[in-house]
Design a binder for this molecule. Structure first.
Ligand code: NOJ
Ligand code: NOJ
Length: 543
């Protein structure tokens, strides 16, 4: 770390100025500035990094259509200049939460995203068309046409994630007296995705890493969530989703089958015979953070962040990679209970198999969300299964329930917070010096590698920061998880529903006091958060 750089950044943070990008600087990891300051610095940068990658105004993605989220501006090694349904939905899940938290400028983009998804839904693709499986098509050209090349398809998490994302916006419309807009524009698109989920949840597909054809915990979990909140949303607009009601409990049942008891939850592909991995996978941590429900209890089924199995899994996944990366050797990351870089899974060899920014952020996010849940439920529960997780942080801690008023509650939550902050600090330590986040950082020397300015890395950082801040943004994250009851006897079945061509995609002019987001910032070549001539934006976490 160059001291000058650190000083410039720190002064910029103090002055409320966004940092300027330096070009041609070394990619070496550098010493951290305090995490609070770093988050203030990085959050607006990451938001701008996202906006830069969304068409048709994003400065980094010329040619991308309106509302299209490009995975990364990188066109070779790897070529990520496509739009993935998963990456886009997760990005807008974050943007919508930010919009609801008060960043009105994002409304136009949310509308554009919605319209773009309506167009993608009706394309004829190698996975099928609207009513024959096409919604499972994983990625498209950025001008909203089908990608016909060979690929790991279908990927069945996409429609579920898109439903969850659009439902968040639709629920907001309902609660802002715009039920008609929610019903006319959002419902047809959401309904298609829900129908897809009820049709195909019981069939194999490629996992979120696009590699293994089988059943993935992440996919199953996201499908369950979509059906539960989909049914509630339907009721809120005077519609219904009986096929959602029929399948959600069955999916809940299937979700439990990923638990490997003394090993970990994992994305083992249960219908695949030749599964050779140990099963530890960051997708299970992503499962917890995206299943998070502010009203859930730590004893609920379903891998909520504070649930015993989910914390045991957090430990298993992080521990499984401690010895995988040479950069850990000179650090405390090889020791259990110390923050460590997290990759997709230890056997990974994509670009040599490195830590990923989005997985390292997710490891922090799960813990921040667990802290929220302990606070909300009034106690920390140390389950038998998660005792080892807690023991790493507070040696000797016993299985039990520690009320908020107790000293142990404070010790646990403090220790978990420190542990979580350590993961966030690792993001800082390995980002490109100007604040940009790529997909991975090298296991050999820690430098940022693979796709640059990965949209999902930015979204993952900012949802992690929101989870750390807690408060209203998390209070609002509730989707009915507590209502899910798995039946005694599980059935692997499917149900049919309706597919309709979404026709109404033009939103009435501004539904609230919205402005329009600037997508002209130049995070890759100039000052990240201020487009040419724009005033520097004050730092603000939209809660
Ligand atoms: C293999 C990678 O592991 C996977 O995640 C990626 O999407 C595909 N190759 C295509 O680049
Ligand atoms: C590869 C990742 O494995 C996959 O999850 C992602 O959708 C694509 N890259 C695009 O970012």
């Amino acid at each position: 770390m160059l001291l000058n750089d650190l000083t410039t950044r720190a002064l910029g943070v103090l002055a409320g100025l966004t940092p300027s990008r330096e070009t041609g600087t070394s990619l070496q990891p550098r010493a951290p500035i305090p995490l609070d300051d770093y988050i203030k610095y990085e959050t607006p940068y990451a938001l701008q990094g996202i906006l830069n990658n969304i068409g048709d105004k994003g400065s980094q993605v010329p040619g991308a259509s309106e509302g299209v989220v490009v995975a990364s501006p990188s066109t070779e090694n790897p070529n990520y200049f496509y739009t993935w349904t998963r990456d886009s939905a997760l990005t807008f899940k974050y943007l919508i939460s930010t919009y609801i938290g008060g960043n009105d400028t994002l409304e136009g983009l949310i509308h554009n995203y919605t319209s773009a998804q309506a167009k993608l839904q009706v394309l004829s693709t190698p996975s099928g068309d609207l009513s024959t499986g096409g919604l499972g098509e994983p990625k498209f050209y950025t001008n909203l046409t089908a990608f016909e090349g060979s690929w790991g398809r279908p990927q069945r998490d996409g429609p579920a994630l898109r439903a969850t994302t659009l439902i968040a916006y639709a629920n907001h419309l309902v609660s802002s007296d715009q039920k008609d807009v929610a019903k006319d524009i959002l419902w047809p698109i959401i309904q298609n995705d829900l129908t897809y989920v009820t049709n195909y949840w019981n069939e194999t597909g490629f996992d979120l890493w696009e590699e293994v054809n089988g059943s993935s915990i992440f996919t199953t979990a996201m499908q369950q969530r979509a059906l539960v909140e989909g049914s509630d949303f339907a009721a809120a607009i005077g519609e219904s989703c009986p096929h959602c009601d029929a399948e959600a409990p069955q999916i809940a049942c299937f979700l439990e089958s990923y638990w490997w008891g003394d090993r970990s939850i994992s994305n083992q592909n249960v219908k695949t015979d030749n599964y050779t991995r140990a099963g530890n996978d960051c997708s299970s941590i992503l499962t917890s953070i995206h299943l998070f429900d502010a009203k859930a209890k730590c004893d609920d089924p379903g891998y909520q962040p504070c649930q015993g199995k989910a914390l045991a899994n957090h430990k298993a996944v992080v521990d499984s990679m401690r010895k995988s990366y040479p950069i850990n050797e000179a650090t405390e990351a090889t020791e259990q209970g110390k923050p460590a870089p997290v990759g997709r899974y230890p056997e990974d060899d994509y670009y040599g198999g490195n830590p990923w920014f989005l997985c390292t952020s997710a490891a922090a996010e799960q813990l921040y969300k667990a802290i929220y849940q302990w606070d909300a439920t009034g106690s920390v529960v140390v389950h038998q299964v998660s005792q080892a997780f807690f023991n790493d942080l507070l040696p000797g801690i016993k299985v039990g329930t520690y009320e908020k008023s107790s000293e142990t509650f404070k010790q646990v939550t403090d220790a978990v917070k420190v542990y979580a902050d350590g993961f966030a600090d690792l993001v800082q330590a390995h980002e490109h010096q100007n604040g940009s986040l790529s997909e991975q950082f090298s296991q050999e020397n820690g430098t940022a590698i693979s796709a640059r300015d990965l949209t999902w890395s930015y979204a993952a950082f900012n949802t992690m920061a929101m989870a750390r801040a807690g408060g209203k943004a998390l209070d609002r994250e509730t989707w009915g998880s507590t209502k899910v009851k798995a039946p005694d006897v599980c059935k692997r079945e499917s149900a049919t529903g309706t597919y309709v061509t979404p026709t109404a995609t033009i939103f009435p002019s501004s539904s609230s006091n919205a402005g329009s987001a600037t997508t002209t910032g130049t995070a890759a070549s100039g000052s990240p958060s201020s487009g040419a001539g724009a005033r520097p934006r004050p730092f603000k976490l939209w809660l």
